[in-house]
Design a protein around this ligand. Sequence first.
Ligand SMILES: Cc1ncc(COP(=O)(O)O)c(C=O)c1O
Length: 490
Amino acid sequence: MIDEGTGALPEVGVPAARVLEEIRALRAADRPTHGGRLFAYVYDPGVAGLDELAQAADAESAHVNGLDPTAFPSLLAMENALVAAAARLLGGGPGTAAPEVVGSVTSGGTESLMLAVKAARDARPDLAEPRIVVPVSGHAAFAKAAHYLRVALDQVPVDPLTLRPAPADVAAAIRPETVLVAASAPSYAHGVVDPVAEIAAVAAAAGVRCHVDACFGGWTLPWLRRLGAPVPEFDFAVDGVTSISVDLHKYGYAPKGVSVLLHRDPALRAPQYFAYADWPGYTMINPVIASTRSGGPIAAAYATLRHLGEDGYLRLAALTRDAVAGLADAVRPVDGLRLLAEPESTVVCFTSDDPGLDLFVLVDELTARGWHTQPQLGYADLPASVHLTVTAAVAPRVAEFGPALAEAVAAARAAGPVELSAELRALAGSLTPEALTPELVARLAAGLGLGAGPVTDRMAVVNTLLDAAAPALRERLLAEFVGLLQRPSW
Ligand SMILES: Cc1ncc(COP(=O)(O)O)c(C=O)c1O
C-alpha cells in the first residue's frame, strides 16, 4: 500500500486526508486492537469514549518535552500524580509501611526493569562483576537489562507444577556479587504470582535489593483483591521489597508508552539517575533512559486514570475476572487440552496432552476464526502452551469463545500435527547459531513462507521448527527472520 515511487517522503506533500486514508489502509492488515479477540499486545477496556479522551490528552502534550521538568511543569505535575497513584495502589505513601516511596514514569515495562537493574548495579560500584537473580519465569526484559548493562544473569528454575521458584533456590542463587533479586506479580507467561514475601525475605537477609515486576499485574491484583480474590502480599507492604514496576499501558488501560518504576525511598532511586555536566552544552539530568521524550503518553495516561477512577478500575477488574473464569471454563472440558495453571490473575494458559492435537496448529485455526492467541514454545521441562492475556473487552465475547475453540480443535485434529521435513528437524536439532549462514537463513525463510510478501497467518510450521530448536538457536533464527522483514521499502 505504501506508494512505491515516493514512500514516506514524496517530492510533493500529500494532502492530510489522503495520508490518513493511507495509514488506515495499512492498518487494515493489523490484528484487531479492539473488540476482545486479541489476547496479547493490547489492553482494551472496551470503555466508550476513552480512546477519544486519551487521544485529545495526548495531542495537548505531544510537543511538550520531558527533557527538562522545570521548563514544562505540566508534565512534572502529571508524572508526580501518576507516581503517587501507583504508589498508593501498591502499598506506599503517607501512612503506609513505605511512606518515603518515590518513582519515575518510564516508556514501558522494559525500561522500568532496565532502570531497576541499573539502579541496583550503580549502587554497588565496588563490584567488578555484578549479578542479578531472576526466576526463569521472570520477563525476558530482565535478560535484556542484564545484557545491555553487562550484569550477569543467574536464573532460578520454577516448579513445573506451581510454575513458581522455590525461595530456597533463590537464596542459594544469591552470591556476594548479587545486586538484585527479582520476583513477578504475576509472571507474564502463566499469570502466577511468585512467593514475593519469601523471596524478599531471603534478599533482605542477604542485604540485596528485591524488585517486584508487577508490570503486567500491578494494576489488576489490588482490584482483584478488593473484589475478594485471594491475592498474596506482593507490594510495599512486604518488608524487603525495594522497588516495584507497574505498566499503565497494560491494565492501566492507557495508550502505549507509560510505566511507573517505584522505589521504597529516594536513596534507592538515586543511582537510577544519569547526570552529565562535562561538556559545553546544557547539563543533562535524566531520571530515565530517554532524554527528549514526548509528554503525550504521560498526559494520555493521566487522563485515563482520572477518567476511569477507582470505581472504573474495580468494574473493569470484575469484568476481567469473570471473563477469565469463562474462558477457563471453555478450555477445561476440551479433550486433550489442560490448563497449565489455574488462573489466579488475568491470564489463561493451556497446553495439550494429546499428540494428535497440535497446539501450534490450534493457534492457527483460532486465528483463522478471528481469535488471536499467543503460542509459547516449550522451555526446559515446561510444555509448549497457548497464552491468553484477558482484558475487560473480552467479557462480551466469552460466550462465543467456547464454540470457536471446539471448532478450531476439531479442525486442528483433522489437519493433524505439523510434520517437519527430515531436513528441517535435523537442522533444528543439530544446527548451532554460529553455523547459520545468510544463505541458509534465506533458504529456511523461503521454505517457511517468510521473508517476501505479507507475513502469513499460518505459523505452525515456524513455531514447530522453533520449538524443536534450543533457545540460542531460536534467538538467532528469530533475529534473522525479523531482519529479513525489516528492510527499507525503496
Ligand atoms: C511481567 C512483565 N514485565 C515486563 C514486561 C515488559 O513490558 P514492555 O513490553 O512494556 O516493555 C512485560 C510485558 O508483557 C511483562 O508482562
